[in-house]
Design a protein around this ligand. Structure first.
Ligand code: F6R
Length: 259
C-alpha cells in the first residue's frame, strides 16, 4: 500500500487523474473500475478536461462500476447510473457497449450478480479500480463484517452509510436499504487499486484501513494485502496516519517505481 498525500482535494484529484490517464495511454483498451460518491468527482472533472483539451481517448476503454442501489431505476436522480452519466459518461467518448453498472432493477438479482462477475471476467478482469472509502471503512458497499472473499451480491446498507448518503436524497427515509456491490474478493482481483479519500471525516477510516489490523470490520484494510494499492489522500484525510507511512510521490514516479 502506498500512501500519496497531496495538499488539497484538487491536487489529490489531479494526481489520481494522471495515474488513470497514464494507464489509459499505455493500454487504450484498459478495463477501468469506477466509483460514485462525492470523492471521485474531481477525478472525473480532470479526466473530462484531459479528454477535451488533450485528446485522452476513452473509445476502447471498458468500465465497470462498483455498485448500484437496489430499487432505483437507471434514470432516477440518485441512481449511480444517472450519476455516472451526468458526471463522466456523457462528457467523454466511452462506447456505451463497454460501460457496465449493476442493474438495481434486475428481476433475478442473484443471476444478475453472477452475470456481472462473468462480464468482468470476459473483459479480461479489471486493470485499475478506483475506490472511495466510507467513514465506517467500507469499500464499494461492502459494509463492516463483509466477507473478505466476497463476490458481487446484495448488501444491506448500515445506518451510518444511509445517514452519510442521506445528503443526496430529499429525506433519510428515501435512501435505499440495499445495494448491489462488487465483493471484496472481486475488488482485490483488480490489477491495481486507487483509493481516494478527502477531508477530516475520513481520517479515522483511512488510518484504520492503512495502519490498523486486517479485519472484516474495516473492509478497506484488505487493501493491505494488495500488491499495487495506491491510497491518494489530501492532508486532512491523511492527518491521522503515522509519519513513516506518509510519502508524496508524483504519478510519473509511481510508474517507474520497481515493484
Ligand atoms: C460508491 C462507493 C462508496 C463510496 C463511499 C464514499 O460507488 O463505492 O464506497 O466510495 O461511500 O463516498 P463519498 O465519496 O461520497 O464520501
Amino acid at each position: 500500500m502506498l500512501a500519496i498525500v497531496k495538499d488539497d482535494y484538487d491536487a489529490m484529484s489531479a494526481e489520481a487523474a494522471s495515474l488513470v490517464a497514464d494507464r489509459m495511454q499505455k493500454k487504450p483498451n484498459l478495463v477501468l473500475g469506477l466509483a460514485t460518491g462525492s470523492t471521485p468527482l474531481g477525478l472525473y472533472r480532470e479526466l473530462i478536461r484531459l479528454h477535451r483539451d488533450e485528446g485522452l481517448d476513452f473509445s476502447k476503454v471498458t468500465t465497470f462500476n462498483l455498485d448500484e442501489y437496489v430499487g432505483l431505476p437507471p434514470n432516477h436522480e440518485q441512481s449511480y447510473r444517472r450519476f455516472m452519466g451526468d458526471n463522466l459518461f456523457s462528457q467523454v467518448n466511452l462506447d456505451p457497449r463497454f460501460v457496465f453498472l449493476p442493474n438495481g432493477m434486475a428481476n433475478d438479482i442473484e443471476a444478475h450478480c453472477d452475470w456481472y462477475e462473468q462480464q468482468i471476467g470476459a473483459a479480461g478482469g479489471i486493470d485499475l479500480q478506483v475506490l472511495g472509502i466510507g467513514s465506517n471503512g467500507h469499500i464499494a458497499f461492502n459494509e463492516p463484517g463483509s466477507s473478505l472473499g466476497s463476490r458481487t451480491r446484495v448488501k444491506t446498507l448500515t445506518r451510518e452509510t444511509r445517514e452519510d448518503n442521506a445528503r443526496f436524497f430529499a429525506s433519510p427515509d428515501e435512501v435505499p436499504r440495499y445495494a448491489i456491490t462488487m465483493g471484496i474478493g472481486t475488488i482485490m482481483e483488480a490489477r491495481e487499486l486507487i483509493l481516494l479519500a478527502t477531508g477530516e471525516n475520513k481520517a479515522d477510516a483511512v488510518r484504520a484501513a492503512s495502519e490498523g489490523p486486517l479485519t472484516a470490520m474495516v473492509p478497506a484494510s484488505m487493501l493491505q494485502m494488495h500488491r499495487k494499492a495506491y491510497v491518494i489522500l489530501d492532508r486532512a484525510a491523511a492527518s491521522k496516519l503515522s509519519g513513516e507511512y506518509v510519502h508524496t510521490y508524483h504519478a510519473a514516479s509511481l510508474v517507474r517505481r520497481p515493484r
